[in-house]
Ligand binder design. Structure first.
Ligand code: SAM
Length: 277
C-alpha cells in the first residue's frame, strides 16, 4: 500500500452512482488520512460505512467554503493529512474544492489528485460525439444576460460542448437550445453507472419530444457547429459584425464589447465607429 505523507491535501474522486466505481488508491487514501472534508458529511458517511472506514469528518460546502478553507489550511500546516470529497464524482468539477486548492497552492501545501469518476468525461466518451476537442460549460447560468452569452457560445462553437443539467430545468434548456442548434447532434446521458443508465443519441427536435418528464441526473453533449470556424465573425465587415449581435438581441453597449473582444481591439475604437447608432 502506498504510504501517504504528512500535511497533504488529497482530492479524492468518489462514485457517481455505482459504489464499485472507487479506486483502490482512493480507498487506501481515505483509510490513511487524519480528516475527511466532505460536501455533505451525512452523504459521505454512507460511503464510508459501505467501505468500512471510520474517520473524523468536517463539512466543506459552498456556503462555508471561506471559513472552512482557513480551518483546513491550519490543520494541513499542523502536518495533518486531509482528503477532500464531494457528494459524487470529482471535487472541484461543479462541486466545492477550488477555494481550498488555490489556498493550498499559495501556501505551498501539496495538492494530490486521486482520480476517479466524473460525469462529464464518462458521458462524453460514450456519446459518439467527437472527443478530440471539447468545452465543458458546467450548468448554464440562470441570469438572462449570462445565459444568452453561453447560448451564443454554444451556437458558434467549433468544439463539442458538454453541459450539466438538473431534470426540473431540462425542458427550458432544451427549448433554449432548439433556437440555436438546427440539426446538430445532441446526446442526453442520464443516470450513468446507475440502474437506469441511458444514452439518448438524437437531434434537438426529437429530444424535446422524448425528454418530457425525464428524471435523474443528466449531462448533455452537443456536436460542434461544423459550419462555423471560430473566427468567422472577424471576416465580416464591422457593420455586419454589429448586425450579427443585434439580431441576437444584445444592446449597443454589449455589442461594442463583444466586437472589441472578437477583433482584439480597444472597445473605444469600436465605440467611435458606432457613436451615432
Ligand atoms: N463533481 C461531479 C462530477 O465529477 O461529475 C459533478 C457534480 S454536479 C453538482 C452534479 C451534476 O453532475 C448533475 O446535475 C448531473 O448533470 C451530473 N451528474 C452527476 N452524476 C451523474 C450521473 N450518474 N449521470 C449523469 N449525470 C450525472
Amino acid at each position: 500500500m502506498e504510504k501517504i505523507n504528512n500535511g497533504n491535501l488529497y482530492i479524492v474522486a468518489t462514485p457517481i452512482g455505482n459504489l464499485e466505481d472507487i479506486t483502490i488508491r482512493a480507498i487506501n487514501t481515505l483509510k490513511q488520512v487524519d480528516l475527511i472534508a466532505a460536501e455533505d458529511t451525512r452523504h459521505t458517511l454512507k460511503l464510508l460505512n459501505h467501505l468500512e472506514i471510520s474517520k473524523p469528518l468536517i463539512s466543506y460546502h459552498r456556503h462555508n467554503e471561506d471559513v472552512k478553507t482557513e480551518i483546513l489550511i491550519k490543520e494541513l500546516k499542523n502536518r495533518k493529512n486531509i482528503a477532500l470529497v464531494s457528494d459524487a464524482g470529482t471535487p472541484g468539477i461543479c462541486d466545492p474544492g477550488e477555494e481550498v486548492i488555490k489556498r493550498c497552492i499559495d501556501e505551498d501545501i501539496k495538492v494530490i489528485p486521486i482520480p476517479g469518476a466524473c460525469a462529464m468525461i464518462n458521458s462524453l466518451i460514450c456519446s459518439g460525439i467527437d472527443t478530440k476537442e471539447f468545452t465543458f460549460l458546467g450548468f448554464l447560468p440562470l441570469n438572462k444576460k449570462l445565459r444568452k452569452e453561453k447560448l451564443l457560445e454554444i451556437e458558434n462553437s467549433n468544439k463539442t460542448i458538454i453541459i450539466y443539467e438538473a431534470p426540473h430545468k431540462l425542458e427550458k434548456t432544451l427549448n433554449d437550445l432548439k433556437e440555436i442548434l438546427n440539426n446538430r447532434k445532441i446526446v442526453l446521458a442520464r443516470e450513468i453507472t446507475k440502474i437506469h443508465e441511458e444514452f439518448i443519441r438524437t437531434d434537438i427536435d426529437n429530444l424535446i419530444n422524448i425528454a418530457q418528464n425525464l428524471k435523474g441526473e443528466i449531462v448533455l453533449i452537443i456536436e460542434a457547429n461544423k459550419e462555423k470556424k471560430e473566427n468567422e465573425l472577424i471576416n465580416l465587415t464591422i457593420e455586419e459584425h454589429y448586425k450579427h449581435y443585434e439580431s441576437k438581441g444584445f444592446d449597443k453597449k454589449e455589442i461594442i464589447k463583444k466586437i472589441a473582444k472578437d477583433r482584439n481591439v480597444n472597445k473605444n475604437e469600436i465605440y467611435k465607429l458606432f457613436i451615432n447608432k
